[in-house]
Design a protein around this ligand. Structure first.
Ligand code: HEC
Ligand code: HEC
Ligand code: HEC
Length: 154
């Protein structure tokens, strides 16, 4: 009789455990999907590495490229910050590429979400620069310079 009671007890325990696991998994799911995620703008082409690798290691890659360029003087290393902001350029409603001052900028999509602050764009351009020209600046170049000056002295 005692054996029987403990067997029932064990069975009850196992059933509770199984139910708990099912309910836990279901609610776990619900909790995960209700957390807002950052809206990351799509890019075209192929990144340096798959998205999961980029998400985790882009800061390490950037600092490595910077060190190779600035400390070792190697300017051949292909993908600098200008490559990132060119492929990951985001346009506003008027079709103009946004700078880092816009919350829609690719780099801010996650950084704002994760409260990451970087100073890189105090020196580096945050969007593709117009082609450089050797000629005396024309009206358009001067306008671009003026816009740049206004942007950086914001
Ligand atoms: C005080 C100004 C300044 C700041 C701030 C700065 N950089 Fe730079 N960075 C430079 C200069 C100058 C070079 C050298 C450019 C050259 O000689 O070709 C450079 C080069 C680089 C390069 C290699 C060349 C290129 O254009 O991509 C990378 C990558 C880079 N920096 C990444 C970063 C990152 C990431 C940050 C932020 C964590 C950062 N930099 C912040 C000034 C700055
Ligand atoms: C030739 C174009 C290209 C270049 C250059 C490039 N990327 Fe990407 N990047 C992509 C594409 C395409 C994806 C895939 C995700 C997507 O569809 O936007 C991606 C994904 C990423 C992701 C993950 C985004 C996510 O959805 O989680 C990060 C972070 C990233 N890139 C950072 C960088 C950085 C930093 C650089 C410069 C060192 C860079 N990328 C250079 C095209 C590029
Ligand atoms: C998919 C989301 C995502 C995107 C897109 C993204 N970042 Fe980040 N970035 C992060 C997160 C999260 C961290 C903080 C990681 C940590 O603290 O361990 C970070 C950290 C960094 C750091 C290191 C900051 C520090 O204090 O050392 C640099 C530099 C950086 N990101 C540059 C960039 C640049 C440049 C871009 C745009 C080309 C970009 N990131 C786009 C998520 C992203």
């Amino acid at each position: 009789m005692r054996n029987c009671a403990s067997l029932a007890g064990i069975l009850l325990f196992l059933v509770t455990l199984a139910l708990g696991a099912v309910v836990g998994a279901a609610t776990g799911w619900a909790i995960e999907s209700s957390v807002p995620k950052p809206a990351i703008p799509q890019a075209a082409g192929q990144c340096l590495a798959p998205p999961d690798v980029m998400r985790r290691f882009h800061m390490v890659m950037l600092k490595h490229t910077r060190d190779v360029t600035v400390r070792e003087g190697d300017r051949q290393t292909a993908k600098g910050l200008s490559a990132c902001v060119t492929c990951h350029a985001v346009k506003d409603a008027s079709g103009a590429v946004v700078s880092i001052s816009s919350p829609r900028h690719f780099c801010r999509a996650c950084h704002d979400y994760a409260a990451v602050k970087i100073d890189c764009f105090e020196c580096h351009a945050s969007r593709p620069l117009p082609e450089k020209s050797a000629a005396v600046p024309s009206g358009a170049d001067v306008a671009a310079l003026k816009a740049y000056a206004e942007e950086t002295t914001r």
